[in-house]
Design a protein around this ligand. Structure first.
Ligand SMILES: NC(=O)c1ccc[n+]([C@@H]2O[C@H](COP(=O)([O-])OP(=O)(O)OC[C@H]3O[C@@H](n4cnc5c(N)ncnc54)[C@H](OP(=O)(O)O)[C@@H]3O)[C@@H](O)[C@H]2O)c1
Length: 261
């Protein structure tokens, strides 16, 4: 995969594209797509998705689906993608790119010993672990011929997939499980380019939610780390993501952080 990894006729799917990093991914990737490419943006907030669409180049074929990924079935996801593909189907595209970006932070008031409600665990994992796994399977089933379609899978991971923080048991464990899923997927599928990208601390609603609760943190290391972090803009982190993809120095499935060389 070279500098032209988004050239040609591309099918691009971005989850969590109604705001934050997902919106920026759509905005930064879209101008690089070749003629007749299609973009599918998924999130719950239809108004937010439309705002993202308004930021994309005119003339591009952009579709939105207002879906709660924590409850969407494989059948529903397949249906949404197939509707965008139309009669010409998946093989009309040279490349298929899926960005698993949607996520939630979870309840930041709970220490691990207080995380005793199965229902809350299940709801958290439904969105953050099971939904990207199911969507990924559906996507691969549709774009199943690697001799015709080059496939790129980007999981938006986190430093928290490898680094524990106090009061972030849901988020850290979810990010770790999700990243490991994509590592297994990568070794099973050598014909798919898989990247687990950790975007650094980025100025979005999610980071604001984390900051609201940092006063609860007593662990000195965590506190120090959070205080000293330089917050990035969504544009900075997505520009770095594009550079990582262009350079192709990573082994498929590996974890690449914004700050990695
Ligand atoms: N910001 C950071 O510092 C940071 C650091 C490391 C990793 N990350 C990762 O970066 C990714 C993007 O986060 P962000 O900071 O941009 O957060 P954000 O601003 O909170 O955006 C989260 C996105 O996920 C979507 N989403 C949430 N629940 C959903 C659901 N049930 N169904 C469908 N979509 C849903 C939201 O859309 P709707 O509400 O419209 O559904 C929104 O578009 C996440 O994977 C996050 O873990 C962020």
């Amino acid at each position: 995969m070279s500098s032209s990894f988004l050239s040609g006729k591309v099918f691009l799917l971005v989850t969590g594209a109604s705001q934050g990093i997902g919106r920026q991914i759509a905005q930064s990737f879209a101008p690089l797509l070749g003629d007749d490419s299609s973009v599918l943006l998924i999130a719950r907030n239809a108004g937010g998705l439309q705002e993202t669409v308004n930021k994309l180049p005119r003339g591009l074929s952009v579709h939105t689906a207002s879906i709660d990924l924590s409850t969407a079935t494989a059948h529903k996801l397949k249906d949404v993608i197939n509707k965008v593909l139309g009669a010409a189907g998946a093989m009309q595209f040279e490349k298929a790119v899926v960005v698993h970006n949607a996520a939630s932070i979870g309840d930041l008031t709970k220490s691990t010993v207080a995380m005793t409600d199965f229902k809350i665990w299940q709801e958290y994992y439904d969105l953050n672990v099971f939904a990207p796994a199911v969507l990924n399977g559906v996507f691969m089933e549709i774009f199943n011929d690697y001799t015709k379609v080059v496939r790129l899978v980007i999981n938006i991971s986190s430093f928290n997939a490898i680094q524990p923080y106090e009061f972030m048991g849901y988020y850290c464990s979810g990010k770790a499980a999700r990243e490991m899923f994509f590592k297994v997927f990568a070794i099973e599928n050598p014909n798919v380019n898989v990247l687990n990208y950790s975007p650094g601390p980025v100025d979005t609603d999610m980071l604001h939610a984390v900051h609201t609760y940092t006063s609860e943190v007593k662990h000195e290391e965590t506190k120090k780390f959070m205080k000293n972090r330089h917050v990035l803009t969504t544009e900075q982190t997505v520009t770095r993501l594009l550079e990582v993809l262009k350079l192709q120095k990573y082994k498929s499935g590996s974890h690449v952080d914004y700050y990695n060389n």
